[in-house]
Design a protein around this ligand. Structure first.
Ligand code: RM4
Ligand code: MN
Ligand code: MN
Length: 424
């Protein structure tokens, strides 16, 4: 399934007059508008290979039609998204859900779609059919050395796949922990996990990063061995300069101040990247910006301020990834919405008058500080994001084009109604 260039051009020419009116209106108020547009064009978000099918919960899964049946079709889907929004130029693989059998062919296919490979993800939270030992009581923390060995070897295997694909980072998310008081010796579990991580770290190529992702609860409900950013930072600091903390927006206890966490990690030079999603209660994996777009903006505000303070490149110095699950929406529509929400929050953060904000902060002028932040947040930056897309060859309204061109219907015709993608 391809969206042809002429289809995008036709779509854009229909919407151009209206877009230009809106764009010129907002652009006339922004002194460095060219710079803002360039930053938006450069900013790419990686799409997770495990979120291209319908997601499920432990109560059920309601498959949509035309889901990708293999890795090749997943790459095709991400290519399609990228063609529409020119903002999803990377894919993040979860192994063994998506093992590249022929790495060269997969790499070539991705390149044809203008995609590169972002962080590879290991999976020691599920048992696979052909697996010798079980992860029921953990993986890198396990009391049995042989289980730890198996989990370490899996991670090293994942790094090898990543190297073949040109990826340069691995995300380790562990479900390790305990469900009941007394089940685990916390200190020993931490120590064993650290020792295991050290072995994985030792297998990293010198240009690679290791992201330690934390999560407050689930599937373990009493303790998680990498349960919060403090624990993740402890591991990352002990491992060395190639290890960083990864922030998944849905992995905190309710009402955590994520923007402050982000700011402090950045300040320490230990923020590795993101798994974007949104949530009401826990690891809900909902569409980015669907529940709390203000929080997303505040996070981006800290990112822009903190990255600028450290002279970092916004587009390339952190890992920008989505980690979502789509229970009731078309996965591709959902992902288009998520990428759009990320770019909107980023654009708003770029509009914050940082100098004025710092001045207000120095003067403890609280009301003024709020005005400055909300001035940016309440600006409708969608024409800026659309202009960046237009200049990059994407569609002015990606979701509109996806629907009008009946992309899902065509995918169903090609792949069938009852297909099930691997993943969440
Ligand atoms: C976890 C975590 C990981 C993801 C798995 C599928 O909750 O967010 O990043 O790989 O889910
Ligand atoms: Mn995640
Ligand atoms: Mn999660």
């Amino acid at each position: 399934m391809q969206v042809e260039k002429y289809a995008i051009e036709n779509h854009n020419s229909d919407l151009l007059a209206k877009h230009t009116r809106k764009y010129e209106f907002i652009a006339s108020d922004i002194a460095n508008v060219k710079e803002v547009i360039q930053k938006l064009k450069d900013f790419q978000v990686a799409i997770p290979s495990w979120a291209l099918g319908t997601g499920g919960t432990r109560f059920g899964r309601f498959s949509g039609g035309g889901e990708p049946r293999n890795l090749e079709e997943k790459i095709e889907d991400v290519g399609l998204l990228h063609k529409l929004n020119q903002s999803g130029g990377a894919i993040s693989l979860h192994i063994p859900w998506d093992i590249p059998q022929d790495a060269t062919a997969i790499k070539t296919l991705a390149a044809q779609h203008g995609l590169r490979f972002d962080a590879v993800n290991s999976n020691t939270f599920q048992d696979q059919a052909d697996q010798a030992l079980s992860y029921k009581f953990g993986s890198l923390q396990h009391v049995d050395k042989a289980v730890r060995r198996q989990a370490i070897d899996h991670n090293i295997e994942v790094i090898k796949h990543g190297v073949e694909l040109g990826s340069d980072s691995i995300t380790v998310w562990l479900s390790d922990g305990s469900c009941f008081p007394g089940q685990l010796n916390f200190r020993k579990a931490f120590q064993r996990t650290l020792e295991s991580l050290k072995e994985i770290y030792a297998a990293l190529p010198s240009n690679w990063k290791l992201f330690v992702e934390y999560k407050a609860f689930e599937p373990n409900f009493y303790s998680m061995t990498v349960g919060d950013w403090g624990q993740s930072l402890l591991y990352a600091n002990k491992l060395g300069p190639q290890a960083y903390t990864l922030v998944d927006l849905g992995h905190h206890l309710p009402n955590a101040n994520i923007e402050q966490i982000v700011s402090l990690l950045l300040g320490e030079g230990k923020l590795g990247g993101f798994h974007f999603n949104d949530s009401k209660y826990g690891d809900d994996d909902l569409t980015v910006g669907s529940i709390n777009p203000y929080q997303l903006f505040l996070i981006f505000n800290e990112l822009v301020e903190g990255m600028d303070a450290r002279s970092m490149n916004h587009a390339t110095d952190l890992g920008w990834m989505i980690d979502a699950s789509h229970n009731v929406k078309d996965p591709l529509e959902d992902l288009l919405q998520s990428v759009e929400a990320i770019k909107i929050a980023y654009a708003q953060a770029l509009l914050v008058d940082t100098k004025a904000l710092q001045q207000a902060q120095e003067q403890s002028d609280v009301a003024r500080a709020q005005e400055i932040l909300q001035q940016a947040y309440r600006t409708d930056v969608r024409p800026l994001v659309a202009e960046a897309r237009l200049q990059s060859g994407g569609a002015l309204d990606p979701l509109g084009l996806f629907r009008n061109n009946k992309v899902r219907e065509q995918l169903i015709k090609e792949r069938g109604q009852k297909t099930v993608a691997t993943g969440l």
